[in-house]
Design a protein around this ligand. Structure first.
Ligand SMILES: NC(=O)c1ccc[n+]([C@@H]2O[C@H](COP(=O)([O-])OP(=O)(O)OC[C@H]3O[C@@H](n4cnc5c(N)ncnc54)[C@H](OP(=O)(O)O)[C@@H]3O)[C@@H](O)[C@H]2O)c1
Length: 308
């Protein structure tokens, strides 16, 4: 039977295990996909601790396969699926977990992988790059405006800087000193994170900061709000809704559509977006892959590669 990396109950890393699972059967509107690569994201370990996405009220069935996004090859399609067939190369958000040899994608959250896009890059787009894309477009800033991104060296942050640059925005990235070169290579002005960072941000952008895309939350989000005269231009993907609304800002609204997946894939193929996959692990080392993200200081993206 195929293998998958799961959590067996809510808790810490000790709840994780490899198990053999039945190959899933695609229902109506679903694709059965042989996974080639799985993106690793903070939400993977957060779900393991019991966190629920807003609106997710269903009962969790254990063991639950870790992972939210994959790329791979369609093995079979469910009833009523148009536009996808066995053999197609695809990527998207999974229904049944991504750290596995097989998974199910709903067609509304799946897209064809362009030939020029590597499986490992494609696997990182549905969560981090799509969240970056949704947030930058939600802000709808005019060309030449200045956007500040906190958590700028992580998966969403690095993508947000590049997507904003491609739209003609000026970008300021707040990240630890060790990520200075990385943030600058993405076309941003680097501001070191840590105590006093907002004063350094003011100094780095003397003409003012027009909007903030926060990916850290907590005190960083609160301090970020002080940079703005118009707090409606404060958005976050890294903090709960009530935290940002209290400050006058909003959570990023996720589009979660195939159209956004197509758009971010085009950005990669056109050379405007590099997902910066910096660490690759085989499925047998899925736990190590998740630890590098759970540590909270990832640079770019971490990917699990599944033998094709
Ligand atoms: N709502 C959604 O749909 C959605 C989707 C994707 C992600 N998210 C959330 O967005 C957040 C970012 O995701 P990600 O994938 O970009 O995570 P990531 O790749 O782990 O990056 C997080 C970045 O935050 C920085 N950081 C951590 N603690 C910090 C602190 N105390 N002060 C300043 N910077 C700090 C780290 O940079 P340094 O090493 O430089 O400190 C790291 O590069 C997570 O909370 C994630 O769950 C939400």
């Amino acid at each position: 039977m195929p293998k998958a990396y799961v959590f067996t109950r809510y808790g810490g890393p000790d709840t994780e295990a490899f198990v053999e699972v039945e190959r899933p059967v695609p229902g109506p509107g679903q694709l059965l996909v042989a996974v080639r690569a799985a993106g690793v994201n903070p939400v993977d370990w957060k779900l393991r601790t019991g966190y629920r996405r807003p609106g997710d009220t269903g009962e969790r069935v254990f063991p639950a396969v870790l992972g939210s996004e994959v790329s791979g090859v369609v093995e079979a399609v469910g009833e009523g699926v148009d536009g996808f067939a066995a053999g197609d190369e695809v990527f998207g958000n999974t229904l049944t977990g991504g750290y596995a040899e097989y998974t199910l994608l709903p067609v509304r959250l799946a897209a064809h992988k362009p030939a020029g896009l590597a499986f490992s890059d494609a696997a990182t787009l549905p969560v981090a790059a799509a969240t970056a894309y949704d947030g930058v477009h939600q802000l709808d800033l005019p060309k030449g405006a200045t956007l500040l991104v906190t958590g700028a060296g992580g998966g969403v942050g690095a993508a947000a800087l590049q997507i904003a640059r491609a739209l003609g925005l000026r970008v300021v990235g707040v990240a630890s000193e060790g990520k200075k070169d990385f943030v600058e290579s993405l076309g941003a002005v680097h501001v070191p994170s840590g105590p006093g960072w907002s004063d350094r941000a003011r100094a780095a952008a003397p003409d003012g900061i027009d909007a903030v895309y926060d990916l850290v939350g907590g005190e960083v989000l609160t301090e970020a709000a002080t940079l703005l005269t118009d707090r409606t231009r404060l958005i976050t993907a890294g903090a709960p809704e009530q935290d940002v609304e209290r400050l006058g800002g909003t959570r990023v609204t996720r589009a979660r559509t195939s159209a956004v997946l197509d758009a971010v894939a085009r950005l990669v193929v056109n050379g405007d977006l590099d997902p910066h996959v910096v660490q690759r692990f085989p499925l047998a080392e899925a736990g190590e892959a998740l630890r590098t993200v759970e540590d909270g200081h990832a640079r770019g993206k971490v990917v699990i590669e599944v033998a094709g």
